[in-house]
Each structure stands twice: as structure tokens, then as C-alpha cells.
Ligand binder design. Structure first.
Ligand code: ADP
Ligand code: GLC
Length: 477
């Protein structure tokens, strides 16, 4: 089976979050199911070198205001199709935001172009290859089925929701500029409260819908989590499935991670202490009796880190340490920088995006904090499991599905792998932090939990098979 992925990010080439990790990992796992995946992504400036080694397989004289080409290239075990369109993608800075921190003013054209080319590839093939199914990821690829259906093409499309909070909403006056048929602009098509919604287009018109955990699949059908799309999702319930994300266990492996100062494994945990010393020194932290917690995250309200700010006194009372790496909302960045300044040696903050450091922190921390208000899946708790860095997580979305809370029953059954809390507020986060610190003071219990966490299956095998089943059912729907 041939499957075309259409997405705005793909690790290791271009990444702002978990979407990239997933797009970079699933194709390798699907190869074991005899599925051959090609990934269509824009040729941002960071991909210039990769594009340089590519071969042209499609040329478009005018793609929303300028010439474009599709290049094919194989790298990092992936078959990549690069959409080169200088007028849309060749610009410095963030792939989504301009220098003023606001969305690029032409994001509608940029990602409509990505979807349009995805649809062209589905209809006409590219370089002698054509997909049996298109898997469109998030709002940036949401218009793929719109362009297909308005051309009368019935190639099956699977729409995957990585985060329903981002919907790609644009003014209705843009319909013509985006080359969309006015007939699609209806409440059961791409119209959303008078605007064009790229994500809704995908959800309304795709054959099947997936999201990245079973719990989130249920949550997005509720008023609380559906962000206005819950009604549509309830109506399409029979076509929706939640497939848990995995991680690339070759890239994320404490035994072979080049970013660690010392490798370690579930059999021999010794090396972890050296990594911890390195993290402590990188973040300017003083030794303490409690555990070293880390955070590696976008700093947005989704991630609930304002709750963590309220819990800093709890960390202090437990003589615990905190190392935080993140970037995002200026208010949150400043609050953590200030907290570090105030509690010298106990809280360390590095503002920025640093892939290598994120690996070292997984290798060198005792626990990882993820107090998200909602979390479609979350990957950092899975990295935490793999590195024996016990996750302390809010009980929501994929966090609820991947971590076994160390409650009394789980302890007796010998199956706990971390700490969950609910309801999601600062008081309950504080309790979870205290429970983790109490467990840490019992080295045997803690080490047993670490080993169990490290052996917990977090690869893509099971989920790749589930994607295959969805592609098959999309073909027969
Ligand atoms: P989301 O996609 O919502 O941001 P995920 O947990 O699914 O959340 O994925 C986040 C990914 O981005 C992980 O691979 C994490 O390690 C990485 N990440 C987040 N912030 C940073 C940062 N500041 N530096 C390096 N990696 C980061
Ligand atoms: C989104 C979600 C995150 C998920 C990732 C990959 O960014 O916020 O929970 O893990 O996509 O699917």
C-alpha cells in the first residue's frame, strides 16, 4: 500500500513540537506493515541543503502567486517530497510566525498550497508513484480532501488530529483566493461560524478521522475539549479512532544516545548519575536531598506550567530541584526566569529550543513534570518512561493512557510507572509532586519503578498496525 503523508513538520528536518517526531517516525514503523510512505512537507530554508540533493518530479508555473516545484529525496530513512515555493516558504524565522510573533499574514495561502499539491499528487501521481491513501495531519493539511472532492476525485483520505486547538481559521472572503468552490462553504463542509476552517474541512470531508490517543478521541467529542468541533465529531463518531503515539526507540535510547555523557540501561542504571551531574551543572543547580524534576515544553497555557509556578514552594519544602527548558508565551518565560533568580541553585531555567539538551535532560533527571490542561498524546512522558525519568502527569488525553499511577493498588500489583493527578489544579499537582518525592526517598521502590518504566513498551509497533487498519477501512468506505 502506498500512503502520502501531508504535514507541516517532520523530524529530524524541521520540528517545533511532537507533530514532527510523529511524522518522522510512523513511516519507518509502517514499512514493517508493507506500507510505503512518502512525506510531503514544505521546503523551508532549514531544508535548503536537503532540497539541494533532491530531484524535481513536479513543476507548477503558478501556485498561489509564484512558481513551485516538488523535489524527491531520501534521507534519514524517509522518502521525502519537498514542496519548494520560494514566495511562500523561503523566509527566515519561525515556520508559523513572523518576526512580530504573529502568524504569517499569508498562512492561509502557504498551507492551502501544501494541501493543493498533496491533492495533485493523489490525483496524478508523482515520479511514477501514486498513493492509495492520503493521511493529512493537522489543519495545515486539512484542505487536501476539499481540493480532491471539488475535482471529483475519490482518493481515500484519513485526517489525523494532533491538536484540535489549532484549526486554521480564515476570513470567508479568502475562498476565491484559495481556489475553493463556494459550494463547499456550508456548515457540513468547510464553514465554521462564518469563517473558513481548514481543520473542519478535513474532518468533514475525510473518509476516516484519527487522533493520537484513545482518551483524547473521547474527550474531543465533549463540549469541554472539542473546541467547537465536538458536534461534528460526535456525528462522525463511527469514523473516529484514537491511535496512541509511539516514539522512535532508536533515536530515544539511553543506551545509545550521543547527547548523554554516560549511557545506561534498565540492567545498569549507574550512568544516570553522571548525566544528572551534567544537567545540574548546566542549569546551575546545587545538590539537594530531593529528586531533580525537569520540564521540556512549549510554554503555553495548554501545558499548565502556570500551575507549576504555584507549586514551587512544594518543591522547596521537599528540597527538590527543577530544571526547565522551554520557550513560548513571554509572561511564562519571564516568570520562570524570575523564579530561577529568586531561588538560586534550586530552580534553573533555560529559555530556548535545544534538541540535544532535551535528550540530556531526559537522561539526567529523576522525574519529568507534565501538568497539561489538555494533551492529545504527549511525547515527553514517553521519553521519560524510556529513560527511567518518572513522569508526573495530569490525568488527561494521552497522559492518562500511557502512565500507570503509583496508587496503593498499582504498587501492590507492581505495575506503577509514574504519578497522575486530577482534577488539574495546583493543589493536586502539589500532592503529586509530594508523592513523587516520598517515593524517591525509598531508593528500592524508586529503582524498581524506573526499571519498570524503562521496560514499558513505547515503540510504534502496535500503533503502526492500527494505522494500517484505518487506511484499509478508508479504502473500503
Ligand atoms: P507538543 O507537540 O504539544 O509540543 P509533545 O509532548 O507531543 O508536545 O512533543 C513535544 C516535542 O518537542 C518533544 O519531542 C519535546 O522534547 C520537544 N520540545 C518541546 N520544547 C522543547 C525545547 N524547548 N527544546 C527542545 N525540545 C523541545
Ligand atoms: C500535538 C499535541 C501533542 C502530541 C503531538 C504529536 O502537538 O499537543 O500532545 O503528542 O501533537 O501527535
Amino acid at each position: 500500500m502506498n500512503v502520502l503523508f501531508v504535514a507541516s513538520e517532520c523530524a529530524p528536518f524541521i520540528k517545533t513540537g511532537g507533530l514532527a517526531d510523529v511524522i518522522g517516525a510512523v513511516p519507518k514503523a509502517l514499512a514493517a506493515e508493507d506500507v510505503s510512505v512518502r512525506v510531503l512537507i514544505p521546503a523551508y530554508p532549514a531544508l535548503a541543503e536537503l532540497a539541494g540533493s533532491g530531484a524535481e518530479v513536479m513543476a507548477i508555473a503558478d501556485l498561489f502567486g509564484g512558481p513551485a516545484r516538488v523535489l524527491t529525496v531520501q534521507a534519514e530513512g524517509l522518502d521525502v517530497l519537498l514542496l519548494e515555493a520560494g514566495h511562500l516558504f523561503d523566509r527566515p524565522g519561525s515556520i508559523y510566525l513572523g518576526p512580530d510573533g504573529q502568524d504569517w499574514g499569508d498562512n492561509d495561502l502557504r498551507f492551502a498550497a501544501l494541501s493543493f499539491v498533496g491533492a495533485q499528487i493523489a490525483m496524478n501521481g508523482v515520479g511514477g508513484w501514486s498513493p492509495d491513501v492520503v493521511n493529512a495531519h493537522d489543519w495545515q493539511a486539512g484542505l487536501v480532501p476539499a481540493y480532491l472532492r471539488q475535482s471529483g476525485d475519490q482518493t481515500p483520505v484519513v485526517m489525523t488530529i494532533h491538536n484540535i486547538a489549532f484549526q486554521g481559521l480564515f476570513d470567508a472572503t479568502r475562498l476565491g483566493a484559495l481556489g475553493l468552490d463556494a459550494s463547499l462553504f456550508t456548515p457540513d463542509g468547510i464553514e465554521y461560524f462564518g469563517k473558513i476552517s481548514f481543520l473542519k474541512a478535513g474532518l468533514a470531508l475525510a473518509n476516516k478521522i484519527t487522533t493520537v490517543s484513545p482518551t483524547y478521541a473521547a474527550e474531543i467529542m465533549t463540549l469541554e475539549f472539542g473546541m467547537g468541533l465536538d458536534g461534528l465529531l460526535r456525528a462522525r463518531q463511527a469514523d473516529v479512532s484514537g491511535i496512541l503515539n509511539g516514539i522512535d526507540v532508536d533515536v530515544w535510547s539511553p543506551e545509545a544516545d550521543p547527547e548523554l555523557v554516560a549511557p545506561y540501561s534498565a540492567r545498569s542504571l549507574k550512568g544516570k548519575a553522571k548525566n544528572k551531574a551534567e544537567v545540574m551543572s548546566r542549569f546551575g543547580l546545587e545538590p539537594g536531598a530531593g529528586p531533580l524534576f525537569c520540564v521540556v515544553s512549549r510554554l503555553t497555557s495548554q501545558k499548565g506550567l502556570d500551575l507549576l509556578l504555584e507549586c514551587l514552594p512544594v518543591l522547596e519544602a521537599q528540597d527538590a530541584r527543577l530544571a526547565l527548558l522551554g520557550s513560548g508565551e513571554p509572561g511564562l518565560e519571564q516568570a520562570f526566569v524570575d523564579a530561577s533568580r529568586r531561588s538560586t541553585g534550586r530552580v534553573g531555567t533555560i529559555i530556548g529550543y535545544d534538541e540535544g539538551l532535551s535528550h540530556l535532560m531526559q537522561g539526567g533527571s529523576d522525574a519529568i513534570l507534565i501538568p497539561s490542561r489538555f494533551e492529545p498524546c504527549g511525547l515527553t512522558q514517553l521519553y521519560g518512561l524510556r529513560y527511567g525519568t518518572l513522569p508526573v502527569v495530569a490525568r488527561t488525553g494521552g497522559l492518562a493512557d500511557t502512565i500507570i499511577d503509583a496508587n496503593a493498588a498499582a504498587e501492590l500489583a507492581g505495575c506503577a510507572t509514574g504519578f497522575q493527578f486530577a482534577p488539574i489544579n495546583a493543589t493536586m499537582l502539589g500532592h503529586a509532586i509530594t508523592r513523587a518525592c516520598t517515593a524517591y526517598r525509598q531508593p528500592k521502590t524508586w529503582a524498581a519503578m524506573m526499571r519498570r518504566a524503562m521496560r514499558h513498551p513505547v515503540g510504534w509497533d502496535l500503533s503502526a498496525a492500527a494505522y494500517f487498519d484505518v487506511y484499509r477501512s478508508a479504502q473500503s468506505s
